[in-house]
Design a protein around this ligand. Structure first.
Ligand code: ASP
Length: 452
């Protein structure tokens, strides 16, 4: 029987994204989204809003159990505490290094172009912000007083800490705990299947998320802040295509071309959800199935990176600081720039990868160098769109560092990495229920039932 080639999920997601941009732009340009209009009530704030939020909830729903079980498996897979420490320190060092380079690049580019000089802008809105937690609190709160609460709140660092400690303890118990390891492995496999189920609706979800964002934002705001947007986008692209790719090639020898082709899925999800945390399931799946990174490394580096590594966000801090300083005519000394770099790196460690957290970090940076906090109001109008872009860069940074660490630990299957079709699945394959497995399960259940 002749079989037509099915479109891969990645392809469908990209089609969803393109259609979302077209529909969103059409709604915006034809001004169909005015308050109280049919399109506004039933489509943009109705169907698009509800379906989009449902999808983001579904992604977030996966994060805690996925991180918990895959980290236990990861720790048991690594098998000894020394290697674990090495993997931890390598990824931490690389995350900090890439973030510091990112912000230095942003400051250089913004200063060289002199954005904001001689510009008279009025704040687009009043801005008040939460404060990012001080570093002392971040350190203390790595250890949860109640792991269940940390899980319920989705607090990533305490969750990572508790899961690693569980994994280490299971290892220390040894043979007696083997069924526990097996259980964690099975639970991890079940979670990965759940990721597949959620991902199967991704093309539609990406469509509604993008269409809603573009319908609401349009592109005209971008024009008003053209200088800021241009420098920011150039710095983001430079970092993604040059800094990260040179780092990848230099430290691992892996092909940047293949990396860029394969990371697209995770980038689209990061772009659509504006959240590195919500993208964790997709980043993990991409690294493990498409790039051949062993779960023992990815399970650790991905959630860790989503929390502490924010290259794109750091770039925004750098560009925004120079921009606002120029607008208000504040002269920043070289020491101020160093403070900006340090603050951004520290702030990215202490804040989670959720939408708009970059603004919170920015207020912290501004307070340190004495820039008026209300200056943030100036860039607020374009921030939603910029958040989408920088989150895609954040996630790419997480994936690049994960690949480097995995390669250096001999935990990257190069044949999977180099195979362009590895891990590509059509939706039918993704949702395939294995009948043999089903029958086996039924037989086992029957046997257990008879025995009892
Ligand atoms: N939304 C970003 C993230 O989740 C953080 C930010 O820049 O606001 O990675």
């Amino acid at each position: 029987m002749h079989k037509t080639k099915k479109l891969s999920l990645t392809m469908k997601v990209l089609i969803g994204m393109t259609l979302g941009i077209i529909v969103g732009l059409t709604i915006n340009l034809l001004a169909l989204n005015t308050a109280g209009s049919f399109t506004n009530i039933y489509i943009v704030d109705g169907a698009f809003h509800v379906l989009g939020k449902m999808f983001i909830n579904a992604l977030k729903m996966l994060v805690v159990p996925l991180v918990f079980f895959s980290l236990i498996c990861g720790v048991c897979g690594i098998g000894n505490i020394k290697t674990l420490g090495r993997v931890g320190s390598k990824s931490f060092a690389l995350y900090i290094l890439t973030t510091a380079i990112a912000i230095a690049l942003a400051i250089t580019l913004a200063t060289a172009t002199g954005i904001g000089e001689g510009m008279e802008l009025h704040a687009s809105s009043e801005f008040s912000t939460n404060v990012a937690p001080p570093l002392t609190d971040v350190l203390i709160n790595i250890i949860p007083t109640n792991p269940v609460k940390a899980m319920a709140n989705g607090d990533m660092l305490p969750l990572i800490f508790y899961s690693i400690l569980t994994g280490i303890s299971v290892l220390m118990v040894g043979r007696k705990a083997s069924s526990l390891i097996e259980m964690a492995e099975i639970a991890n496999e079940v979670m990965m299947k759940m990721v597949n189920i959620v991902m199967s609706v991704a093309p539609y979800a990406v469509f509604v998320l993008i269409a809603k964002a573009i319908a609401e934002l349009g592109l005209d705001l971008l024009g008003q802040l053209a200088g800021y947007v241009l420098v920011l986008v150039s710095a983001l692209l430079l970092h993604l295509f040059v800094t990260l790719m040179i780092t990848l090639k230099l430290f691992s020898g892996l092909s940047p071309r293949i990396f860029l082709a394969k990371i697209r899925d995770a980038q689209v999800f990061a772009f659509s959800t504006s959240s590195s945390n919500a993208t964790i399931p997709v980043t993990l799946k991409t690294l493990i199935e498409r790039m051949g990174v062993n779960n023992s490394i990815a399970s650790f580096t991905v959630p860790f990176g989503a929390t502490i590594n924010m290259d794109g966000t750091a770039i925004m801090q750098g560009v925004a600081t120079v921009f606002i300083a120029n607008i208000y005519g504040v002269d920043l000394a070289i020491t101020d720039y160093i403070i900006v770099i340090l603050m951004s790196v520290l702030a990215s460690i202490g804040t989670a990868g959720v939408p708009s957290v970059g603004l919170v970090m920015l207020s912290m940076v501004f307070a340190q160098v004495g820039l008026p906090i209300e200056g943030i109001g100036l860039v607020l109008g374009v921030d939603r769109l910029m958040d989408m872009l920088r989150t895609a860069v954040n996630v790419s940074g997480d994936a690049a560092v994960s690949s480097i660490v995995a390669k250096s630990e001999n935990k990257l299957d190069i044949s999977i990495y180099n195979d362009p079709d590895a891990g590509l699945s059509s939706i039918d394959q993704t949702l395939h229920i294995n009948q043999t497995a089903e029958m086996e399960l039924a037989a086992t259940l029957k046997k257990t039932h008879e025995q009892s």
